[in-house]
Design a protein around this ligand. Sequence first.
Ligand SMILES: [Zn+2]
Ligand SMILES: [Zn+2]
Ligand SMILES: [Zn+2]
Ligand SMILES: [Zn+2]
Length: 250
Amino acid sequence: MEEIHIGHQDHKLVPKNYKKPYTCDGCKEPGIGSRHRCECEDCDYDLHKHCLFYKSTTCHDFFTNSAFKFLLHPPGQDERWCDGCGKLVRGFVYHCKEKGWDLHPCCMNLPNKLKVDNIKFKLRDNVLKKCFWCKRKRLEGSVSGIRGWSYVSKCDRYHFHVNCASEMMLQGWKNEPCSNSDYNDYNDQTAPDSLALALENLELPVQGRFRGNGGDKFIRIVKMFFKVFVGILLGDPFTITLTCLAELIR
Ligand SMILES: [Zn+2]
Ligand SMILES: [Zn+2]
Ligand SMILES: [Zn+2]
Ligand SMILES: [Zn+2]
């Protein structure tokens, strides 16, 4: 089960499941729950699943006919932003040299199309409605000119920035009653899924118009979507239990 990664060659990384959120030492983006961690505690080195099991070259359905190469650092001297979530690239990245596109390893894993409880979602980089979470069309603080992806439902009711997923995840974790009990180390077999817990505790920014008529269904879909979405983003094993609810449409 242990792995060696080119970004941390001297020690072995082992799968762990801690409640506390972490920052991935590969891509420098947040994560929660399961991770691969260096055996040597002094290192304090954690990686997302997608950052550990990278592909040296790959492609994404959103960018047809574009090959991406895995790099340990963003290329060149200039700052680079992820074309998926719109955030700064500070570590591991998939880079398309020809077109100049960049994707975080976790963002690379997001499917172009996704079906949750019979509602079809598609990645878009131009959205006409506000994101459910941040209530904005444009990403907050976006200076890069990169708009970032959103998942938009075919019925046009549901809009979520990819960028807002980690925010939702961390917010849910903060709302959990025992969130400040540091590094609880769970036995991997019996671990209560910290990501699932975090999302259960998520207080959704629900406004009056979602209440009543069809509102319950709306909230149910939103919660289910978040779980599937964040699970795929982080490569969390609990998404396996959700495969009956969600289908990746290739
Ligand atoms: Zn990572
Ligand atoms: Zn180490
Ligand atoms: Zn990204
Ligand atoms: Zn948003």
